[in-house]
Design a protein around this ligand. Structure first.
Ligand code: NAP
Length: 302
């Protein structure tokens, strides 16, 4: 790369976004708004196609998306999905490219992906995000990063576009993914707590709105409680984080806790609720559909 091309890459890196689901689409739009060149690829092409209207180059293959890109941003479901995308992209990858791995994959898959990336000559940044659909669309995520800070300058324009806050956790990949599991333990327990309060209110014939009013503005209230409860009460379960993705994360948390000798009763119970709700057909809805895992028999709508 000649010096001026290197300067351009630092200031305005070309980004290949692999995975344009709920999060990847929003992040791609935030990158485009920041003026970066974006190539977008998704396994189901129809989900990437709308990004063309926003200025992205939508590619048919992962290989085309990554060819010549400075940064490869992976925002896929899980470790196996990232591994599959990397394999498909491999003929287009080049040594020294940065892999900004933002999917929630857990520590074991991170180790596997770090090895794969090293074999492909990529520089791996373990970069999971906190925040959901709207923050992704608004460029207001928090990004946890672990990996070599030597590539900080290259990725900063990308991190600044997708997030309002970057936490550099460590120089070696893995710590950011472990932190992400701690954060999601909080979220998963919280959403199931909201659901159980609504279940119990319904079972005890307390109008859930009375419960929400009793909490409103007090020290135990939270926007999360009010927002998730409102989704159930209005019946709008459009996902910002699907229940089946939350179940995937609960399983990652339990596996990581198990291998470190930690016992997590609440996440285990939350996973059971997610399993029941998914079996009842709610996997594609927002994770607050865990509400349907605890309803008293005879209540309809589940
Ligand atoms: P999503 O809407 O379900 O998107 C998942 C993406 O993964 C889609 O692009 C999907 O492609 C792709 N995919 C799944 N399996 C694949 C495979 N075997 N090969 C290639 N592509 C595959 O999920 P999301 O909510 O955007 O989440 C993406 C990642 O971000 C997950 O790791 C999630 O845990 C994490 N995350 C989500 C949130 C949130 O609030 N939603 C927040 C933080 C982190 P198809 O379209 O072809 O199925």
């Amino acid at each position: 790369m000649n010096p001026s091309a290197a300067d351009t890459a630092r200031q305005r890196p070309t980004v290949a976004v692999l995975g344009t689901g709920i999060m990847g689409s929003g992040m791609a739009r935030s990158l485009l708004r920041a003026g970066l060149d974006v190539r977008a690829w998704n396994r189901t092409q129809a989900k990437a196609a709308p990004l063309a209207a926003d200025g992205a180059t939508v590619t048919v293959t992962a290989e085309e998306a990554v060819r010549g890109a400075d940064v490869v941003l992976a925002m896929l479901r899980d470790g196996p999905a990232v591994a599959a995308a990397l394999t498909a992209a491999s003929p287009g990858l080049h040594t020294g490219q940065v892999l900004l791995q933002s999917s929630t994959v857990g520590p074991d898959a991170t180790d596997d992906l770090v090895r794969r990336a090293a074999d492909l000559g990529l520089i791996y940044l373990d970069a999971p995000v906190s925040g959901t659909k709207q923050p992704a669309e608004q460029g207001k995520l928090t990004v946890f990063v672990s990996g070599p800070s030597a590539v900080r300058e290259t990725v900063e324009p990308v991190l600044d576009a997708v997030g309002e806050h970057t936490v550099w956790v460590a120089e070696v990949p893995g710590a950011a993914s472990r932190l992400k599991l701690v954060v999601n333990t909080w979220v998963i327990n919280l959403v199931n707590s909201v659901a159980e309060c609504l279940n119990l209110a319904e079972g005890l014939e307390i109008d859930p709105r009375t419960f929400l009013d009793a909490m409103r503005g007090g020290p135990l209230d939270s926007p999360y409680l009010q927002g998730k409860a409102a989704a159930v009460l209005t019946g709008d379960l459009t996902p910002s984080f699907t229940l089946s993705t939350a179940l995937k994360d609960a399983r990652l948390i339990l596996a990581a806790a198990g291998s470190s000798g930690v016992r997590l009763d609440l996440v285990a119970a939350s996973a059971d609720r997610f399993v029941r709700a998914e079996a009842a057909g709610h996997g594609g809805e927002d994770m607050i559909a865990t509400f349907y895992a605890g309803r008293a028999p005879g209540k309809d709508g589940g």
